[in-house]
Design a protein around this ligand. Sequence first.
Ligand code: GAP
Length: 516
Amino acid sequence: MASEDLFKKIIAHAKEYGFIFPSSEIYDGLGAVYDYGQNGVELKNNIKNYWWSAMVKLNEEIVGLDSAIFMHPTVWKASGHVNAFNDPLIDNKDSKKRYRADVLIEDHRAKIQAKIDKEVEKAKAKFGDTFDEAQFLATNQRVLENQAKIDALNKRFVSALETDNLEELKQIIIDCEIVCPISGSKNWTDVRQFNLMFDTKIGSLSDDANVIYLRPETAQGIFVNYLNVQKTGRMKIPFGIAQIGKAFRNEIVARQFIFRMREFEQMEMQYFVKPGDEMHWYEKWKATRMKWHKALGLGENKYRFHNHDKLAHYANAAADVEFEFPFGFKELEGIHSRTDFDLKNHQEFSGKKLQYFDNEANESYVPYVVETSIGLDRMFLAVLSSAYFEETLTKEDGTTDQRVVLRIPPQLAPVKVAVLPLMKKDGLPEMAREIMKELQFDFNCQYEEKDTIGRRYRRHDAIGTPFCITIDHQSLEDKTVTIRYRDTMEQERVEIKKLPEIIDGLVSFKNLLKKL
Ligand code: GAP
């Protein structure tokens, strides 16, 4: 299936099965804002739980925080967001569509890279086992020409970004003959900077002094509280503070469903370290975070690191964990070495000392910070898009049937167990309710008695429920039920008393966390 079609199907499926709805849908929605439905909120909570447990529960030196969304306006001057949290935007005069200039150039670069990849694939198919990829890349004429184009483009692009040279960004777009995907024309405006922060007013007066911002990242709440936490928690460096919360950005190019939203959630952890030690911790957190991702089993090859072309105003090293979404490899998480940029600036703007006294070294310093920052909604999309499968099943009589199944990692599945009486009579519903009453203390369960058992199985495949339990007449006699496994569709008869152990074996976070 073409990846574009797949993505459309996933979006439709997310709505049809109560995962994600457009915000204010009855008013035709609001651009790049979404609501999470009954299954979406469960999946989201389970992702949060996995992240929080891996950070806070499993690391003695990391603690949590829940800071306010509204912060003193000077926070955003000190952090550099008022001056530097901009995207370079460009309009196409014919389609009237607005784009990020850097994204247009990156997409163009990706197209050249795709040509190289295609050559490699073709050669691989032709030469089979004898194919030497390194040699091919170093000698094939077409590959070399395209690689030279990429190298030349990168040089200009990075330099333009580093010097904030907006004219040069436009010139690159013109020289590369990049056209508007809608109008197909090269009729571009100049490139302008656009600040991504939303502002609003606090209090009843409407003068400028009352303007405040909706936070564009949760990290600043951690920075301004770092000494509160350090002192009250008697934390010793290195230590971390973790937080999950909403962030807001007035994204210009807000497309691709929940990939780029205007209101979204971040899961961020700032790790405070001794100056000079930051590269050690940066590498360590890169490896730790990759392990966290891969433990979920969404696919070893779906991840890669991407080092930033242009470092953010606060960083001395930065890499993204990229994930293969249906629309290609894109940023899922950022790992940044933020130096002492934020704390030093908050010290200067607030006039309050933000130094840490290191007992062992007998000295005071402003710590350096390594941050891990992942978008919860993007993680949700990574899980959802890699879980979606359409399968053709051959029945015993030779006819075929279709099913859509979400192979969500069982620990993250919204509903763990469907409890299904085979019929709505003969005491089966009562017995099913009894079983459910016991299981629901430990697992999110759903009771269903409407429709044929086959249809009920399909409904639960479609929301990713790992276990369906069917209560039939034999259950009344010998206290056994059938348990059906989502992925294999195999069924087995088990004693009711064994259910908690079987279910827990697959859905418990403990087994997942032990892999870390
Ligand atoms: N504190 C650092 C920071 O905010 P970032 O790279 O701008 O860094 C971190 O954002 C993560 O937040 C990204 O990797 C992405 O997963 C998520 N994110 C950023 N902007 C987003 C948006 N508009 N919609 C959804 N997720 C977003």
